[in-house]
Design a protein around this ligand. Sequence first.
Ligand SMILES: NC(=O)c1ccc[n+]([C@@H]2O[C@H](COP(=O)([O-])OP(=O)(O)OC[C@H]3O[C@@H](n4cnc5c(N)ncnc54)[C@H](OP(=O)(O)O)[C@@H]3O)[C@@H](O)[C@H]2O)c1
Length: 338
Amino acid sequence: MENRNRQVLLKRRPTGMPTTADFDVADGPMPDPGDGEALVRGIYLSLDPYMRGRISGVRSYAKPVDIGAVMEGRVVGQVVRSRDLGFREGDYVYGGYGWQLYSAVPAKGLIKLDPNEAPLSTALGVLGMPGLTAYVGLGEIGGPQRGETVVVSAASGAVGAVVGQLARRAGARAVGIAGGADKCRYVEGELGFGACIDHRSADLGAALDRACPNGIDVYWENVGGAVQQAVFPRLNDFGRMVMCGMIAEYNDPTPRPGPNLGAVVRKRLKIQGFIVSDQRHRQAEFRATVAPLVKSGRLKYREDIVDGLDHAPDAFIGLLQGRNFGKLLVRLSDDPTR
Ligand SMILES: NC(=O)c1ccc[n+]([C@@H]2O[C@H](COP(=O)([O-])OP(=O)(O)OC[C@H]3O[C@@H](n4cnc5c(N)ncnc54)[C@H](OP(=O)(O)O)[C@@H]3O)[C@@H](O)[C@H]2O)c1
């Protein structure tokens, strides 16, 4: 075990797109676990779009990260020392202990993982928070029906990839929107969406008309901005818009003018936002449904793994620019199970 703890701290609040100068990467003290705690060495750190909100200083549904504090994040790791009867050295665990190599975590904040059930990293992606987001949002709000058209933005990403595959399993036709030809090829070829449109294409509206000849019944909103502007007028009567996120607007200094919401009335649309953390009680049901699909290969996932905590700030900025291709993770140390 090393005697230093590598950490990424928030140095200042970014204006617009974050830069690496907004973060400090430094050695910190090695944590010492107290009674009822375990010392955990991180293996994978999850980088997620919500982190942009946490560093903005604006209070929303969660508290922002303080200046000088360790960046917040979910980690999969291994117990190296335990002072709690429920955990032993060598146990694999999941918890929210931030952008750092080691952490002393209260046992009640840890969930044990079985690497024989699924690769450890999936607890941060397809079988973790992003997968649960897709599962509950589509089930509760989208409600895709056989033969309907479901459009999914950021379709190759952690949430979008699961949304489209679950929509297909419900008998709907999934149409993806993603950045670039490689991602679109993956969305169509690997994930089996009926079509995928590059959001950088010259006329997004015309491309949507070609890909969705019967209009759009469900729109899974991950990005906002120009994509939302193109999709919104193409929603069918009684369409559903699942408001999951609007990553294209997270770095805007002021809010953009919104769509004309008169159509919500005319078309009897249902638009509903949701936050996955309200749905934690459904994690066991979600895993029981989706883990067998992942294990048998019927539900595919892709990870984009960056090596080393020091690269986390740059990788996070890449996530906000679409550089990641699949669920973005940082490998903090070797995964003994791979
Ligand atoms: N409501 C909730 O509880 C909840 C929970 C989890 C996630 N979310 C939201 O779900 C969305 C997807 O999250 P994720 O974890 O699955 O991330 P992800 O899709 O794995 O990665 C983010 C992707 O967003 C796309 N993107 C970034 N900037 C864009 C822009 N300006 N225009 C269009 N697309 C852009 C990029 O893909 P392309 O290259 O394909 O554009 C990028 O790869 C985010 O908005 C996130 O905030 C919400």
